[in-house]
Design a protein around this ligand. Structure first.
Ligand code: ZN
Length: 297
């Protein structure tokens, strides 16, 4: 029987509902000390933000931080009543991985999925790694080998962080050569590289196109992505599209007094798609059926 592995335990894929497959929920400290807004440090506000999401119709999210404190995620999930799926995987910046035994490293991520993170019984449900802008370092290549091995043992789906949307095809080729079926892979941040032919190439290889930069008009206008989306749908890729909101700054969230918040897709983007003629069954695939298929283990 297929299942979805949340921080509160297994649920049936039928209970997943409306899902964003890549967001950030809690982050105590800014990743870049020069940007003090790049954190989500207030647990109560993070709970409130997910409550807004639930009030707008949202049911589930994937937390995209692989070294996350899963006890905090559990608390946030219990209180917000939103299903949270946690992520695990090797850092693509930690060079010590090159010196380590690959099976030892892989076993850590298998344990995080099959038994629980650290001394907890809280299990992860997604594997993640990533590559640099327009190149893949030897370290990153090794992380993909680790992901592939952990995936083949656990069947957990793989999320790929691309930098400015680049190197998707090359990463998929590495995973394919390691034996991964590419319909278990989500290629993230691809909105940053709005190129229809590139999207078609990734989709033809079998992967999911994860548009997780929705609302970030500082990069591209919304209209540009909607036009590309329509062409992807015309080309028949409705079963391989996912939407999410990859916000890492507290200034992105309503609970911190800013916006647009985790309700943006449900309250603004989907109504606009409907107005532009996108059919309800397509929206249902993107928001419910596709996440259910890819996140089921
Ligand atoms: Zn992210």
């Amino acid at each position: 029987m297929k299942k979805i592995q949340t921080v509160l335990g297994e649920i049936s894929p039928e209970d997943l509902g409306i899902t964003m497959p890549h967001i950030h929920i809690f982050n105590a400290h800014p990743r870049d000390p020069k940007d003090p807004t790049e954190c989500l440090p207030d647990i109560e506000k993070n709970i409130l933000e997910l409550e807004y999401y639930r009030s707008a119709g949202g049911n589930s999210v994937v937390d995209g931080s692989p070294a996350q404190n899963v006890r905090i995620l559990k608390k946030i999930s219990e209180q917000s009543k939103v299903n949270i799926i946690s992520t695990t995987g090797p850092s693509w910046r930690d060079e010590t991985l090159l010196q380590k035994n690959i099976n030892d490293v892989t076993n850590i991520f298998i344990k995080n999925i099959e038994k629980g993170v650290g001394d907890t019984d809280i299990k992860c449900g997604v594997l993640k790694s990533g590559a640099s802008y327009n190149h893949i370092t030897p370290l990153q290549e090794r992380t993909f080998t680790v992901l592939a091995k952990a995936h083949l043992k656990t069947n957990a789906p793989i999320f790929i962080h691309t930098t400015i949307g680049t190197m998707g095809v090359e990463i998929l080729e590495i995973l394919k050569n390691e034996g991964v079926k590419l319909n278990r892979v989500m290629v993230g941040h691809i909105d940053r590289n709005p190129d229809l032919n590139y999207y078609k190439e990734l989709a033809k290889m079998g992967a999911y196109l994860l548009f997780d930069q929705i609302s970030k008009v500082k990069y591209w206008p919304v209209s540009l992505h909607i036009n590309i989306l329509k062409k992807l749908l015309e080309a028949g890729f409705q079963k391989q599209i996912l939407f999410s909101l990859d916000f890492g700054h507290w200034t992105d969230l309503k609970a911190y007094g800013r916006g647009p918040g985790y309700t943006y897709i449900l309250e603004k983007y989907l109504p606009r798609l409907r107005k532009e003629g996108i059919k309800e069954e397509i929206i249902e695939d993107i928001m419910i059926n596709n996440p259910k298929t890819v996140l089921s283990i």
